[in-house]
Design a binder for this molecule. Sequence first.
Ligand SMILES: [Zn+2]
Length: 136
Amino acid sequence: MYQPSVVLKASGVSPEAACGATGLDDVDGVAIRPAPRWMRKLWRGPVAAMTLPWAIYVDRDQLQSGDLGALIIHELVHVRQWQSLGIFRFVRIYLSDYLRGRRSGLGHDAAYRSIRFEKEARIAVARHVASDSTDG
Ligand SMILES: [Zn+2]
């Protein structure tokens, strides 16, 4: 089990910058845990992590890689979404966005990318990366 602030610092991201990028007051409200094997088997394609209300589960190989800044910021946006919407609203919107995508003819990956919470997390990471490079 790892603290997000420790993992972020090891990746060159300050907890303050992560709070700014994600809208969280505290990045250590959840733990980072290695994804159990059964969970990893459920993931399709390039999925490297999954956030549940109590923890961010990260693929074991990714955890070893060390450079987790963007991934953890993405997942912390989901933590903030869980916290602000509550479990049932989050899941209802997440699934209905996904199913709407599938019904409109999108494949799994495109439907996943069309989920509003995934878009918001990707935008937060892109903004963070852009502001990071401005600082040098
Ligand atoms: Zn996501």
